[in-house]
Design a protein around this ligand. Structure first.
Ligand code: GLP
Length: 243
């Protein structure tokens, strides 16, 4: 496992964007696994800047996102499809038909999960999976206690996750969806390379638990200790126990 520490969020985001850029340059038709949350926003901003400068070309890139809230579609500004369009896809030359986010509004949720697994298989898997980490160690929306052998599935969001994400709804917990559709840990672990980004003092303890503690479903990100190509990028505050 390689760890890159940066003095602050801006520089951590640049390192993350550099790693994603390297993937796109090395394999222009690569499959990027993408993430939402506040952490990757800085990396997406940097990628857009490099695209605008002419340094990056996304026309052949394909993407699969980790997760989506149940009940929200792209018309909701809190949906992850909206997030991806707003922070990245609308600003680069990617073909939107090549971008995939799980459907949070499918009439048949089980079928939507199966369809998403098939999308990933049809692209022969993910080359580089970008991840954030929740305060309880969740990756995507794989909450503590989830089995490690799951592919895309529907989850009930924990109170901790809903409370953490209520900030996107002006703190109104009642507005935060109770369920989500997420790639499973098995799907994440099948990515050929994993890039996890964490910033801020509030992520320090979970980063310690996930990467120096026991591998357990109670800390979903701890499974990444078993992956053979993981890069951790963060600021010094988040990585303080790992350096
Ligand atoms: C959400 C997302 C995760 C993300 C997490 C952390 O729950 N489903 O993919 O890693 O938030 O978010 P943040 O980066 O805002 O701390």
């Amino acid at each position: 496992m390689r760890i890159y520490s940066a003095p602050d969020y801006y520089h951590a985001s640049r390192i993350a964007a550099n790693i994603i850029s390297a993937q796109v340059i090395m394999k222009p038709d690569c499959v990027l696994g993408l993430a939402t949350g506040s952490t990757p926003i800085g990396a997406y901003e940097q990628l857009v800047k490099w695209y605008e400068k002419g340094d990056l070309d996304f026309k052949e890139v394909r993407t699969v996102n980790l997760d989506e809230y149940c009940g929200l579609d792209e018309t909701s500004d809190q949906s992850y499809r909206y997030f991806m369009n707003h922070h990245l896809f609308d600003h680069i030359n990617i073909d939107k038909a090549n971008t995939h986010v799980p459907s949070g509004t499918a009439a048949d949720a089980e079928q939507a999960c199966a369809d998403y697994n098939e999308v990933i298989r049809s692209m022969h898997g993910v080359d580089l999976q970008l991840l954030g980490i929740g305060h309880n160690g969740h990756i995507g929306f794989n909450e503590p206690g989830e089995a490690f052998d799951k592919e895309t599935h529907i989850v009930t969001l924990s109170d901790k996750t809903r409370q953490a994400n209520a900030r996107f709804w002006d703190g109104d917990l009642s507005q935060v969806p109770t369920h989500a559709i997420t790639m499973g840990i098995k799907t994440v672990m099948q990515a050929r390379k994993i890039l996890l980004v964490a910033c801020g003092e509030d992520k320090a303890q979970i980063m310690k638990d996930a990467f120096t503690g026991p591998i357990t479903p109670e800390v979903p990100a701890s499974v990444l200790q078993l992956h053979n190509d993981v890069v951790l990028v963060g600021d010094e505050a988040a990585l303080q126990y790992l350096l």
